[in-house]
Design a protein around this ligand. Structure first.
Ligand code: FAD
Length: 561
């Protein structure tokens, strides 16, 4: 009998595994069982189909069962749900959802790729009409129909992660008034709060309403199929539709029933070859826990990139071609939000603080991560070339070795490129010295001779080498520190820090005699660049001068109300 590979779930991880297995073995019998109506569909494209940016529904179908069959000799059984695994007999039980018939199939190797299920908030009225999740093509069919048949003017998006933000963008682009309700104090939790501030301001400028730090308490059916939503703030909002984007949970029911080992976050635990604790069963994608390569911790990371790579690697391991083990993840992700791009890689400062807190609780010796962070706002390409726009970049690195721990960037252009470069540097265990020296392609319309990535490295290296003393807003003792705003008189007049004295950069050398030698001096400008030049002048004249990292822009972000 031929070796049989059975695959549960036919989208990112399952489909990747199936086709890779076929390319490695012409002999193996490969069957995909998919509970839904479609195999290998573009779930990442669903919000853009709702927003009509993807106009044709068929474009969401990356591959069909007949394509799998003709090109890869892979059988796909749609609307066939796997309902049990008997590990002793190496069989699965399957329910044909159309006929309601149940049957069993034998496997030599089994891959679990059932993904993660979309969660709905557990509150009263959640099953009422007009409340949707976005996970499958049929989910979007229902949403599209609702929008078209109910003259939707207002939508409520619950959850401000990347799916919530993408749905908000796409509903907004259809002329629907959008309110996002998020129980945390910020959208996009992978970002640090001061970075998320720039996302908040952008979305508010676009006309979206954000209710942060707010929970949904109850849904009540209103008149004309409208939905009344009670909020934890005591208020109530009436809307035409609700999108729940409140996170996903790994689909581990089958694994649990089969007694497979789960990890601390409830995902299936696998080794570097995506193998579970049963040597005949592999698992990949949203259902598994992965190791974060920076923190070393097991985490859930429901993203398409890891799912595809893990599915492929599982096939290598199943066919036994001695693959290199899965390297782990670092959380590189990107989201387009109404004209803004927000991307990040590695650990956030929030993550590091939490790791340090837990480390201190658990260990006697203090091995907490010593880190520094910088913010810069360089142009996406040469400033003199038409269309240059600034992007905001936060880089976090360890002290004193300069190892890159994480980066976050927000802007309208060039964000993806910088985060991808830094992501690669992190994978190669890179330091800020690598960013300083890295050689990147340059012509004025694409980048700068000193690319934002080089600049980030240069700033960080200057800090580590003592050439650039820095201070953070929260660490400034306003009573004992002399604060200088080095922006122009005009900028100062518009807004400034109350206790600051205005000495524009061009006149700092003339005023040097009037500055206190016995006091710490903190200098700021809008972004931190001009104040860095001023710090260099003062330091070389024997002053204890420090640059306030992030400048006035960051002051506003950290003081967001
Ligand atoms: P899935 O793609 O969820 O596939 C699992 C399949 O298994 C499902 O089709 C399910 O029906 C089937 N299944 C489950 N149980 C059974 C069973 N018992 N029997 C048979 N079949 C079963 N990620 C990104 O990186 N970037 C993005 O821009 C992005 N956008 C997204 C937008 C949306 C709206 C959504 C929903 C997700 C998005 N993701 C994005 C996440 C990404 O799609 C997932 O991480 C990825 O699809 C996970 O792949 P998977 O194969 O593990 O699971």
């Amino acid at each position: 009998m031929k070796k049989r590979l059975l695959i549960i779930g036919g989208v990112a991880a399952g489909a990747s595994c199936a086709v890779r297995a076929r390319r490695l073995s012409e002999d193996m019998e490969i069957i995909i069982f998919e509970r839904g109506e479609y195999v290998s569909f573009a779930n990442c494209g669903l919000p853009y189909y709702v927003g009509k940016k993807i106009k044709e529904r068929r474009k969401l179908l990356v591959a069909t069962p007949s394509y799998f069959n003709k090109r890869f000799k892979i059988e796909v059984r749609l609307e066939h749900e796997v309902i049990a695994i008997d590990r002793n007999k190496k069989i699965i039980s399957v329910k044909d959802q159309k006929s309601n018939q149940e049957y069993t199939e034998y496997y030599d190797a089994l891959l679990l790729a059932p993904g993660a299920k979309a969660m709905k908030p557990p509150v009263g009225g959640i099953e009422n009409e007009g409340i949707f999740i976005v996970k499958t093509i049929p989910d979007t069919d229902i949403i599209m129909e609702w929008i078209e048949t109910h003259t939707v003017k207002h939508a409520l998006v619950i959850g401000g992660g990347f799916i919530g933000c993408e749905m908000a963008e796409n509903l907004h682009s259809r002329g629907i008034k959008v309110r996002i309700i998020e129980m945390l104090d910020q959208l996009m939790p992978q970002f640090d709060p001061e970075m998320a501030f720039f996302i908040h301001s952008h979305l508010r400028q676009q006309g979206m309403i954000l209710s942060l730090g707010t929970r949904v308490m109850e849904f009540i059916q209103g008149e004309n199929k409208r939905i009344r939503v009670k909020l934890s703030t005591g208020g109530e909002v009436t809307t035409d539709m609700v999108i729940c984007a409140t996170g996903v949970k790994p689909e581990t029911e089958l694994a649990k029933m089969a007694g497979l080992q789960l990890g601390p976050h409830g995902g299936i635990q696998v080794n570097g070859y995506m193998q579970t604790d049963d040597p005949n069963i592999w698992a990949a994608g949203d259902v598994v826990e992965s190791i974060n390569i920076i923190s070393g911790q097991r985490v859930l990371l429901p993203l398409a990139g890891p799912a595809n790579r893990q599915g492929r690697l599982a096939a290598d391991s199943i066919i036994r071609i001695n693959p290199a083990p899965f390297r782990g993840i670092q959380g590189t992700s990107i989201c387009g939000i109404a004209g803004l791009t927000a991307a990040s890689t590695g650990l956030s400062e929030k993550n590091i603080k939490l790791l340090n807190l837990n480390q201190k609780k658990e260990a006697e010796a203090d091995n907490s991560i010593q880190y520094e962070k910088i913010y810069l706002q360089p142009y996406n390409h040469a400033g003199y070339y038409p269309g240059a726009v600034p992007l905001l970049l936060k880089l976090i690195f360890s002290k004193p070795d300069g190892k890159i721990l994480g980066a976050q960037s927000i802007g309208t252009e060039g964000v993806d490129k910088r985060i991808d470069i830094i992501s690669m540097a992190i994978q190669k265990n890179g330091t800020v010295y690598d960013l300083e020296q890295t050689e990147l392609c340059y012509a004025p319309q694409y980048g700068s001779a000193k690319d934002p990535v080089n600049l980030a490295g240069m700033i960080a290296v200057n800090i580590l080498q003592g050439l650039h003393p820095v201070i953070h807003w929260k660490d400034i003792d306003k009573n004992n520190v002399f604060i200088i705003d080095v922006r122009t008189e005009r900028e100062f007049a518009i807004e400034h820090i109350p206790s600051a004295v205005n000495i524009p950069l061009h006149s700092i050398r003339d005023k040097i005699g009037s500055l206190p030698k016995n006091k710490e001096i903190a200098l700021y400008c809008q972004s931190g660049q001009r104040s860095y030049y001023a710090v260099r002048i003062l330091c070389q004249n024997g002053f204890n001068a420090k640059n306030v990292i992030g400048g006035y822009d960051l002051f506003q972000a950290v003081n967001e109300k």
